[in-house]
Structure formats: C-alpha cells, structure tokens
Design a protein around this ligand. Sequence first.
Ligand code: DLZ
Length: 162
Amino acid sequence: MGTRNLSAYHEGSIPDAGEMRFGIVVADWNPEVTSALLNGALRTLRKHGTRKENIIVRHVPGSFELTLGAQLLAEYEDPDAVICLGCIIQGETPHFTYICQGVTYGITQLNLDYNIPFIFGVLTTHTIQQALNRAGGKHGNKGDEAAVTAIKMAALQKSMEE
Ligand code: DLZ
C-alpha cells in the first residue's frame, strides 16, 4: 500500500468553518518542518471559511510542551478545537520515545478532560527527509490534515449541542 497523501481529502465532505474558532499550538523544535505544518493548517482553515481573528496561534519550545500550550489555549481563548503541531525526529538516544509518549498521552488526556477536540498534528519520523515529505512535500502536509480533522471534530461537537 502506498503512503497516504496527507493533503488529499474530499472537499465536499468538509463542514463550513465560518463560525468556528481555533487555537493552534506549534512547537519550535525542527522549525523548518513545523513552520510548514503551521502554514498548511492556516491555509486550510482559511480555505474553509475560518476568519483570521478566530485563529489564535501560540508557540512552545518543543513537542513536549504542546500539552500545556494546548491546555492554556483551551482555558484562555475559548476555541472550538485546538490543533497541536510538532515534529519529533528519532535521534541516537531513547529521548524520542519519551517525548512521543509524553505528548501522545498528554493530548489524549486533554481530549478526555475537556469538551472540545485536541488534534494530534505531530510528525514522528526517523529522518528529517521523512518529515519534510509530510510537511508540504511528496506526501502532502500533515498541517492540512490536522486542520480538516479539527473542523470535522468541532462540527461533531457542535452537532451534539443542537
Ligand atoms: C530535547 C528534544 C529532542 C532531543 N528532540 C526533539 C524533537 O525531535 N522534536 C521536538 O519537538 N522536541 C524535541 N526536544 C525538545 C522537547 O520536546 C522539550 O522541549 C525539551 O525536552 C524540554 O526541555
């Protein structure tokens, strides 16, 4: 099976995001990758109608800090969903595993603790090239995928309130 293109989705199936408000927390470790993820997420949210003033972007030093950054956005900015963007690349030590575990657990826990979605837009790759391939390269952009997931999950949450 080929690698899925992260930017390929069926346009017609995406809810309108004109009345939605999003937080984006982006890790500055591997910035050439995470800035591309951020651009993808911003472009996709805007394409589906989200107003500029309803997208709040905050930076954190590394992926491990995404959990608290996302929680702070949820607490102070009243978003319909929070998108977490990061890039963790395997090094020579087990550090990779601990950061991956920490942020995966942290974001999962936020999804369970709050009544809004927190989206896992974190690349976990063996090499920088694999990450670049998924940040606007040959396999698309995980930022696009994260934004589409945020819109869909925010719409699901809103539909429950109706
Ligand atoms: C320390 C570290 C390492 C080795 N690798 C990455 C990485 O590939 N991607 C990433 O987002 N962050 C990395 N970090 C930083 C940690 O996430 C965190 O910021 C520090 O451990 C805090 O001191």
